[in-house]
Design a protein around this ligand. Sequence first.
Ligand code: MV4
Length: 449
Amino acid sequence: MFKKILIANRGEIALRVIRTCREMGIRTVAVYSTADKDSLHVKFADEAVCIGKPQSSDSYLNIPRIIAAAEITNADAIHPGYGFLAENANFAEICQQNGIKFIGPTPEQIRRMGDKMTAKETMIAAGVPVIPGSKALLESLEQTIEMANDMGYPIILKATAGGGGKGMRVVWAEEEVEKAYNTAKAEALASFKNDGIYMEKFVEEPRHIEIQVAGDQYGTVCHMSERDCSIQRRHQKLVEESPSPFITPELRQKMGDAAKKAASAINYEGVGTIEFLVDKHRNFYFMEMNTRIQVEHCVTEEVINFDLIKEQIKIAAGIAISGKDYEPVGHAIECRINAEDPFNDFRPSPGKITILHQPGGHGVRVDSHAYSGYTITPYYDSMIGKLITIARTREEAIDTMYRALSEYVVEGVKTTIPFHLQLMKNEKFINGDFNTKFLETFDLEEPSK
Ligand code: MV4
């Protein structure tokens, strides 16, 4: 087992990894930017190394400085968390070249899934259902128009280097193809230095349902059920839950089997997530694979009663997994508590948290790096914490969430708490009647003055 793990991240996920390392008797090294010198991950780690100025490119994205920090502290592994370098194949490769174990998949596996057209081709070959569309990157405007006319509208153009919504264009009629083709390509080039785009039939009002998987170094894979992440706003998830209110045991087994096929196809090692789009007829299609631990991993942990960070570390250390799949027991919901103003277009609201009281009690988990006096800086994401509730039924998990949200006190910055309070009382949400377009028409009631 590793003796010392460096965490190449910050915030709640750095703290989350430190907690599991403590339980496993593994020493920890925090790295931090000057903006984070008072952060809890710095205080809770056994050692801490300042790696630069606040800007991510000077600190959490600076590969030479992170490798240097690992070398001077003698760390034998690096946990990348999520975001930053978590899906950077070059970083994983540089760790490898320096004799430091990257806790995650191999550089080849990251690359294979990072290019969306390649990932899709891999899934077709493995027999995983994908959204009907072009079999390769689009070659010209003429070819694109012809293909779109054959396929029938609406269609969607996507950047192969994209993911998470960037470089996407929906096209409803032939007259719009040219503009969409040109702007999608230009946006892809500007964002990713890669203008490759492909076409799919546009699935209207889908759900975003993802399956958590794990694979070890010996080819064994398992699935750990689904998370429903349909409650999003501009590709930012706000609420996630497991199990999905839309999924039947039969569909769970089918999607779980497809997810395992996907992971097996690349001999995936580590924990990962297969994202599916699910249409209103419960047809499901592979969308992307995330080759990292995700923000919302906690809801899965709570319904399968299992530490996914511990599993990542064990897999990286070469320990075999059992191969049995995990069924959800009870229901878990996560609300992301961000320093954003829900009454002002969710605009970031950085600043000092003057008073913080986090909820507790039966069925409540809070993963947060914040404390009274902590400052949310404008340099990184605006998450203050994740509030997770666990109960025997979805109804009870919603009731517990409403109660816990009501106890949450954050003063000094605006937060998403008022939004979540209203969502927990929304009839459609309560009935499980929602899809990825839900928040576009959600009527947030202004607070009474
Ligand atoms: C789609 C789609 C409909 N049809 N593909 C958004 C992010 C990227 N991962 C893929 N996305 C979508 N791809 C087809 N063929 C709708 C979306 C989409 C979406 C997907 C999941 C969650 C929220 C979303 C919000 C808008 C669009």
